[in-house]
Design a protein around this ligand. Structure first.
Ligand SMILES: Cc1cc2nc3c(=O)[nH]c(=O)nc-3n(C[C@H](O)[C@H](O)[C@H](O)COP(=O)(O)OP(=O)(O)OC[C@H]3O[C@@H](n4cnc5c(N)ncnc54)[C@H](O)[C@@H]3O)c2cc1C
Length: 489
């Protein structure tokens, strides 16, 4: 008889695990608290407009292609490569930069502000590439059984990288570039990990290599949610079942085995194996009631920032707007030092705008544009009252209108706002922290909440707060890593 795996959650980590487990002969059942699959990789459809709810692009597209091949699945969605990767607009009369993967073309924009930009960038990317190749397979994509195993593996990393381990991203970038613009643009990628260049380890400058050299950024034809639709279609074809509106709040065990998970309504689900895609730290604390993950201890852990996201449909075309845009102010260091904790940073917010309808006309009615705004904000740990959300959103829309030279206000046909309160409620994210646990030294690799349970030997975890960490390719790698454990058990 087939072994049954019950997967709690339908985020990308869960869906990927399901495909690999089905391929290996398991029966797969999903239990999801929401009424539609995808977790943070989700979609909003309203008033004729379609918006990506969270992720709007990703690196390392080959992780998806290789993984789906391994599962015996023909690509159920199509990638679109981005070039420029994105555009960065500086405030206070500052310039706009387009981040081309072609370094010569990129360098032309820095000619008058950063002498020898091309040579500096090549040197910086050579180091980022070395960091990537010397750590990715042995540290990031590796299952550690215990601390000793982890520390022994760390010793295998080329010692030439030790100085980078001791530095923050910003310090590292400062050593390569002199101008504010180059430093800010190159270190912006630290924000993609949910923190800032001032408190993200320099080792993550390996992300610059994945951006510019390795594989760039991609999004998906028709919108990012086609990843979820495609994967769910394949899962259903292969016999997986989905039960929505089912939030797991309790468990029952017999000795060292979990016997069932129980939902809010008291329904129970028996299985041979359980795989949790809910946050790996939060589930241990709130559902399993583990002391190490008690409320007091969860508070002491370091979490990523919150996001204020809003989804705006306008009844006009914005031909001069690029697909992915970052709008920065003119006080980067002050802003970055405040954004995680100080709600005052919202008086001059930095934000990202994605115009999904640029590449996907089906995402907006004819002659209209779908705009998705993401503004980094303090999580609910530092700002729990969001009664000022409309004011903040209006100030961003006014700033954006000013920067693009078009008053958008009279053109808005639909607007949906998600503060960290909605992100917390919808997906059980700790204090609305957008990317889960941060990637500080004591929360990565063998020190991150493990993908196997400390007590129950048939309980596993997949997703952003277990190994390896946040982001779409990491969710797929997390699935590969946990399935390796399940298949070996
Ligand atoms: C605003 C935003 C923008 C982002 N942009 C990008 C981007 O551009 N590129 C990128 O690579 N990454 C991006 N990310 C990060 C990316 O979305 C996540 O890292 C990834 O989607 C996490 O997947 P996961 O497998 O951890 O599952 P999640 O998406 O966290 O899904 C977990 C699922 O479990 C369900 N669940 C939770 N608790 C329970 C329970 N008790 N019972 C039943 N179900 C439960 C939830 O409802 C959810 O469906 C972004 C994130 C946010 C918030």
């Amino acid at each position: 008889m087939k072994k049954k795996v019950t997967i709690v959650g339908t985020g990308l980590g869960a869906l990927s695990s399901g495909l690999l487990l089905l391929k290996n002969g398991y029966e797969v059942v999903f239990l999801e608290k929401n009424l539609q699959p995808g977790g943070r990789l989700n979609q909003i459809k309203k008033d004729g407009f379609t918006f990506d709810m969270g992720p709007s692009f990703f690196s390392m597209s080959y992780v998806f292609t290789d993984f789906l091949k391994k599962c015996g699945v023909e690509m159920p969605f199509r990638f679109v490569e981005l070039d420029p990767l994105y555009s960065v607009h500086f405030g206070g009369g500052g310039r706009t930069f387009h981040l081309y993967k072609d370094i010569k073309k990129l360098a032309e924009q820095f000619r008058d502000i950063e002498p020898q930009f091309e040579a500096k960038m090549e040197r910086y990317l050579a180091k980022s590439g070395a960091l990537f190749h010397d750590t990715f397979d042995i540290v990031i994509r590796n299952n550690f059984d215990n601390y000793l195993d982890y520390f022994i593996t760390l010793m295998k990393v080329n010692p030439v990288h030790i100085p980078v381990l001791m530095k923050m991203f910003w310090q590292h970038v400062e050593a390569y570039f002199d101008s504010h613009e180059a430093r800010q643009i190159v270190s912006l990628v630290a924000f993609f990990l949910g923190r800032t260049p001032f408190d993200t380890m320099a080792i993550y400058s390996l992300l610059s290599y994945t951006e510019f050299r390795h594989d760039g950024y991609h999004n998906v034809e028709g919108g990012m949610y086609n990843i979820v639709k495609g994967m769910v279609g394949e899962l259903e074809k292969r016999g997986a079942t989905f039960r929505y509106g089912t939030e797991i709040t309790e468990v029952e065990a017999d000795g060292d085995r979990l016997t069932m998970v129980i939902d809010k309504e008291g329904n129970n689900y028996i299985s041979d194996i359980f795989l949790i895609n809910a946050d790996a730290a939060l589930f241990r604390g709130r559902v399993l009631k583990r002391k190490k993950f008690s409320e007091a201890n969860l508070r002491k852990m370091e979490w990523t920032m919150g996001y204020l996201t809003f989804y705006v449909g306008v009844d006009m075309k914005l031909p001069d707007l690029n697909l992915h845009n970052y709008y920065l102010g003119s006080n980067f260091e002050e802003y970055a030092h405040n954004v995680l904790r100080n709600p005052d940073s919202l008086q001059k917010p930095y934000y990202y705008v994605n115009a999904v309808s640029k590449h996907n006309p089906g995402c907006a009615p004819e002659g209209c544009e779908s705009l998705f705004f993401v503004c980094p904000v303090p999580s609910l740990q530092y700002k729990s009252d969001w009664s000022d959300r409309d004011e903040i959103v209006d100030s961003i829309l006014a700033d954006f209108s000013h920067r693009i030279g078009v008053d958008l206000m009279p053109h808005i046909v639909t607007k949906t706002i998600h503060t960290p309160l909605e992100w917390e409620k919808n997906f059980n994210l700790y204090k609305g922290s957008g990317l889960g646990l941060s990637h500080k030294l004591s929360q990565i690799g063998g020190l991150r909440p493990k993908n196997f349970d400390e007590q129950y030997r048939n309980l596993y975890y997949v997703g952003a707060s277990t190994t390896p960490g946040a982001g779409l390719p990491m969710a797929v790698i997390s699935a590969e890593m946990v399935c390796e454990r399940i298949l070996k058990a």
